[in-house]
Design a protein around this ligand. Structure first.
Ligand code: SAM
Length: 292
């Protein structure tokens, strides 16, 4: 049995052997605690029949744990300097493919077809680069990929916003953008000490389980997201004031908005943070005929 990658000693050995220096701009904070990695993997509920998509394998700490419990792993890595390292550290595993591409530019659907042919159960599992967590998660959800969900580590503060419920100060347009497609839970808080180098922020792991259909049925998805963003434009303002300043100009604009609010059964003096996704759905459908 070879040594796990994710220990302080082995990680230091690997970095030294290859003269690797961390790039802060790529969010390179590697995990050095095998127990934490195993717990992250457990939250993904993978089986020997599952496929795992990883973003940012680094030196392979999480990749290795995924390779041990699943049928196949495909990982996207932007930093080509990691090529010789990953070829070495992951050489014991024959079920891993590394794709050296920026995940934000990659054709993920095509990669899934290529690497997971015949594998039905697919999960994304990642310790995300913190400078781009939200664009990555939104890309994976907006592209409607055939994944069961996403288990990922990110800044604790962003994890709290993603999984927030109505009526809390963390709840906002990001909570809605993600909970529209998934059920979101924060499943672990992770201390800074398990990373090398240690990040400046606290971390957490979230699990996003894709819904069979979106949380609310709306007539126009794009407009629904425009309306939710508008309602949170200035958090201290009422919905009426936010919508009045954000929606396009038109004849008797305020009256039209008041009418739509009444139709949706939403009190104009409420703030965005108190509305459920279902209420945003009703409001967006009521505003649609006049403002789109
Ligand atoms: N998975 C490793 C671990 O847990 O130790 C490394 C995680 S580290 C937080 C983030 C990784 O994402 C780095 O390897 C970094 O090079 C990579 N990365 C950064 N931006 C990326 C992008 N746009 N596409 C793919 N990988 C990226």
């Amino acid at each position: 049995m070879h040594k796990d990658i994710a220990t302080p000693l082995r990680t230091k050995e690997i970095l030294k052997k290859y003269g690797f220096s961390f790039k802060k701009s790529l969010g390179q904070n590697f995990l050095i605690d095998t127990n934490i990695l195993k717990r992250i993997v457990e939250h993904a509920n993978l089986t020997e029949e599952s496929g795992a998509i990883e973003i940012g394998p680094g030196i392979g700490a999480l990749t290795e744990q995924l390779a041990k419990v699943s049928k196949k792993v495909a990982a996207f890595e932007i930093d080509q300097r990691l090529m010789p390292i990953l070829a070495d550290t992951l050489s014991p595993y024959d079920n891993v493919a590394i794709i050296y591409e920026d995940i934000l530019k990659a054709n993920v659907e095509q990669a899934i077809e290529e690497h997971f042919n015949g594998i039905d159960d697919l999960m994304v599992v990642a310790n995300l680069p913190y400078y781009v967590t939200t664009p990555i998660i939104l890309k994976l959800l907006n592209e409607n990929l055939r994944i069961r969900g996403i288990v990922c580590m990110l800044q604790k503060e962003v994890a709290a916003r993603i999984s927030a419920s109505p009526g809390t100060k963390e709840y906002g347009s990001l909570s809605i953008a993600i909970q529209y497609y998934t059920e979101a839970e924060m499943v672990m808080i992770v201390p800074k000490t398990v990373f090398m180098p240690q990040p400046n922020v606290d971390s957490a792991v979230i699990r996003l389980t894709k819904r069979a259909k979106p949380a609310v049925e709306v007539m126009d998805e794009e407009f629904f997201f425009t309306v939710t963003r508008s309602c949170f434009a200035q958090r201290r303002k009422t919905i009426l004031n936010n919508l009045t300043s954000q929606l396009p100009e038109g004849k008797s604009k305020k009256e039209q908005i008041l009418q739509a609010l009444e139709q949706a059964g939403v009190d104009p003096s409420r703030r965005g943070e108190t509305l459920t996704i279902a209420e945003f759905g009703l409001l967006s459908d009521a505003l649609l005929p006049t403002f789109k």
